[in-house]
Design a protein around this ligand. Structure first.
Ligand code: COA
Length: 159
């Protein structure tokens, strides 16, 4: 990335740009239809990218994105992804901070998320941001390796 990175709202026109990152980041990614239902309404999300054109929102080189849900006074982190070749450079932390700020601005008092028990990188990111483990859901996810199941850890943060 050579140019400054910006956060911009995720629109349905971004799906073509974001689906490859979604597919590269998860063993069981959202399909395009599911992703599309998580844009707009009670969902909010932003992508972090380098502007390649001053006018076209679509012409961005995107490093990552998040999708959140806001209901009454609580927000849930539905998805957060950093393009694999850009991981470990601080973009995940930036995305999570932006999600927390956006949730706060909407009036959220608490944030929830679920993370795979074996996803230590993501758990470290969340714990460093102050999230604490609240409960476990046994065998909640199909295993990332395609055999058996994996627990979900439910985490929350008061904001
Ligand atoms: C989780 C994810 C978003 C983190 O993004 P990232 O850009 O790699 O993270 P950052 O570089 O900002 O690192 C932030 C923190 O995450 C943790 N972390 C990230 N990579 C790590 C690694 N390889 N080992 C241990 N901790 C790691 C650390 O706590 C790190 O903070 P530190 O650098 O101060 O120690 C990214 O790995 C990703 O997209 N993973 C695939 C999708 C996914 O699992 N999403 C979460 C679903 S719940």
């Amino acid at each position: 990335m050579n140019n400054p990175l910006h956060f911009t709202q995720i629109l349905s026109t971004d799906l073509n740009n974001l689906m490859p990152i979604e597919n590269a980041c998860h063993s069981h990614p959202w399909n395009e239809k599911t992703f599309a239902t998580c844009i707009g309404g009670r969902y909010f999300g932003e992508k972090l990218g380098e502007k390649l054109s001053e006018t076209l929102n679509e012409s961005q080189k995107v490093v990552g994105f998040y999708v959140g849900e806001f209901v009454i006074d609580e927000a849930t982190l539905m998805d957060i992804c950093v393009e694999p070749s850009e991981q470990g450079k601080g973009f995940g932390k930036k995305l999570l901070n932006q999600f927390i700020q956006q949730a706060k601005a909407k009036g959220a008092l608490k944030i929830w998320l679920e993370v795979r028990a074996k996803n230590i990188n993501a758990q470290m990111l969340y714990m460093n941001a102050g999230f604490i483990e609240k409960s476990r859901r046994t065998g909640y996810y199909p295993s990332a390796k395609g055999f058996g199941y994996e627990d979900a850890i439910v985490m929350s943060l008061h904001i």
